[in-house]
Design a protein around this ligand. Structure first.
Ligand code: FAD
Ligand code: DLZ
Ligand code: SF4
Length: 508
């Protein structure tokens, strides 16, 4: 009896556990573009186009390999509209009585498969370095689940950048050499751009017709849509950008949106690139003497450290995680997040880039859009939905720990030991945004004062009970207490006035 082998839109890997387990001569692969996945949030049109185009091309390579692939396009008249609906329809068509699947990256879909009215075997997704069991073992009994210690375990497990039992270069982490302010000039133009071929163009037309009203520009579209193209992006990054990746990891520049970042997260998360192969190539570049140790280690840590760690947290913490609201924040996310007018240059830049590219780098996400949302007390559920919608690399397993945990502190400190908040000084140090802003980053109060300067203290003051006992924040509260009372009152009054203007829908 044949089985159906489900391959989801972010499972585009030939060595996927379900494909490894299946029999080419007997089983039938099911892939489907469905409304339920395309509409559970209002995804950026570029993200939908990337997923559909990559799915279509992956299906073709499976057919070339001899698989019987039943592929449903979104506009097919027989499309059942959901993954489970499509499985049932294909079961009727083929006579298959069971489904073989690889665990989806989201509780929502895991539940749908669990309760599907057809026998379904779900295999673990071993495209990650740490299994759920390994992460649980590591987490068990620990007071705090800090990424750094998990990362060291994974270094030992993979042997990446290790010399015997010791970390290469004598240190686990070279961040002290990273995070320099922006350089005067950038000698890298960003990732390769792929002109849409006939197949990609057909997807773009479909997405324009069906999702053209979602936030974000569909064209120009230059993402890689095949493994071969994704590998070209990786090669280009390792050769041209990795050597300077560490140095300028946190920098932000008006005229250089890519800086020295890899822009490979969309491909890693779709399954077109494998995390271990990516790290091995970076390690080789360091061993060959082409890349300094701080760059190679810093890059590898993002992937085997942060990426694996946030996935571990998502599955460890359970389905309620994205709904947490540890600080009780409830302000609506302002219109500027969807391109509404703002005088704040840093936010305007981060949102414009997001709209055009479905991409912003980590510090733009964390210290500009995330920092502002946290300071104004935005509802973390809305913030979570925004991040899930607007980035091409956004899937709940990776997006929600970064947003709800790292950025909004809404998980009560599972991920972050203190909230990622800053005044304008940090943004000014790490970017050139403030130079062309209507506000003055040097002004702490007054009409032109940078809103981050006001909101920073307002946030700390209103959450004093929660954060004062945190030893890592004691100095900050001491600084606040040292300010004279009149100045403190002015800061808080002006911050409140700013929030009132925001709530009234005025341009800020
Ligand atoms: P680089 O800076 O070149 O880093 C290399 C790789 O490391 C990335 O491709 C990515 O796979 C991995 N990586 C780096 N940081 C993280 C991290 N914190 N968590 C997981 N992987 C990481 N990343 C996503 O893949 N999907 C998301 O939906 C997502 N949402 C985020 C939301 C917020 C609020 C924040 C602060 C971060 C989020 N990140 C997310 C993490 C990070 O911003 C992106 O992985 C990174 O910007 C991708 O661009 P890049 O490939 O150029 O990364
Ligand atoms: C993101 C996405 C979109 C937009 N569309 C589809 C789709 O039509 N069919 C599909 O199989 N997968 C899609 N995906 C990816 C899924 O939403 C993803 O598998 C889950 O969110 C779990 O990570
Ligand atoms: Fe952003 Fe403030 Fe700088 Fe303007 S002055 S760009 S609002 S940090």
């Amino acid at each position: 009896m044949s089985r159906l082998v489900l391959v989801l839109g972010d499972q585009l890997t030939k060595s996927l556990s379900a494909l490894r387990e299946a029999r080419k001569d007997a089983d039938v692969v099911v892939m489907a573009e469905v409304e339920e996945e395309a509409e559970y949030v209002r995804h950026h049109p570029k993200k939908i186009a990337l997923v559909f185009a990559a799915m279509r091309k992956f299906a073709a390579t499976l057919r070339d390999d001899g698989w019987d692939v039943r592929y449903t396009e979104l506009d097919d008249t027989t499309n059942a509209g959901s993954i489970v609906g499509e499985l049932l329809r294909r079961a009727g068509e083929t006579g298959a009585e069971s489904v073989l699947a690889t665990e989806p990256g989201e509780w929502r879909l895991i539940d749908k498969l669990r309760y599907a009215p057809i026998k379904t075997e779900v295999l673990s997704d071993d495209r990650f370095i740490a299994s759920h069991a390994e992460f649980e073992r590591w987490a068990k009994g620990r007071k705090a689940l800090r990424m750094e210690y998990f990362y060291r375990e994974i270094r030992r497990k993979t042997g990446l950048m290790m010399e015997g039992d010791e970390p290469a270069g004598g240190e686990w982490n070279f961040d002290k050499d990273n995070r320099k302010p922006p350089p005067k000039s950038i000698d890298h133009d960003g990732p390769p751009v792929f002109e849409p071929d006939e197949e990609v163009s057909a997807v773009l037309d479909l997405v324009e017709a069906r999702f053209g009203d979602n936030f974000g520009d569909l064209r120009p579209f230059g993402f890689a849509t095949t493994r071969r193209q994704a590998l070209a992006v990786l090669r280009h990054f390792i050769e041209h950008a990795l050597p300077r990746f560490g140095d300028y990891q946190d920098a932000m520049l008006d005229d250089h949106r890519w800086l020295y970042h890899a822009v490979i997260s969309p491909y890693l998360n779709l399954g077109l690139l494998d995390p271990l192969e990516v790290c091995e190539r970076a390690e080789k570049a360091w061993k060959d003497g082409d890349v300094p140790i701080n760059a190679a280690e810093g890059f590898i840590r993002q992937i085997i450290g942060w990426r694996e760690y946030v996935r571990g947290i998502y599955f460890l913490e359970g389905p309620d995680y994205p709904k947490r609201n540890g600080l009780g924040h409830d302000r609506d996310l302002p219109a500027l997040y969807w391109g509404g007018e703002t005088r704040m240059r840093c936010l305007e830049q981060a949102v414009r880039q997001t709209k055009e590219e479905a991409y912003a780098h980590h510090i733009q996400r964390l210290m500009v859009t995330g920092n502002f949302a946290l300071l104004i007390g935005a509802d973390p559920g809305q913030v979570h939905e925004w991040y899930l919608e607007v980035y091409a690399d956004a899937y709940e397993w990776v997006e929600s720990p970064n947003t709800v945990g790292m950025s909004q502190f809404a998980d009560g400190g599972v991920i972050a030991s203190k909230p990622y908040v800053s005044s304008g000084a940090y943004i000014s140090r790490m970017s050139d945004y403030c130079k062309s802003c209507a506000y003055k980053v040097g002004d702490k109060t007054g009409e032109d004062a940078c809103p981050f300067n006001l909101l920073y203290w307002h946030f700390l003051d209103r959450h004093r009970d929660r954060f004062e006992p945190n030893g890592r924040m004691a100095n900050i509260y001491r600084n606040w207490d040292r300010m004279d009372d009149e100045r403190k009152r002015t800061v808080l009054r002006e911050a409140r006035a700013f929030l009132d203007r925001l709530d009234a829908g005025e341009t800020v």
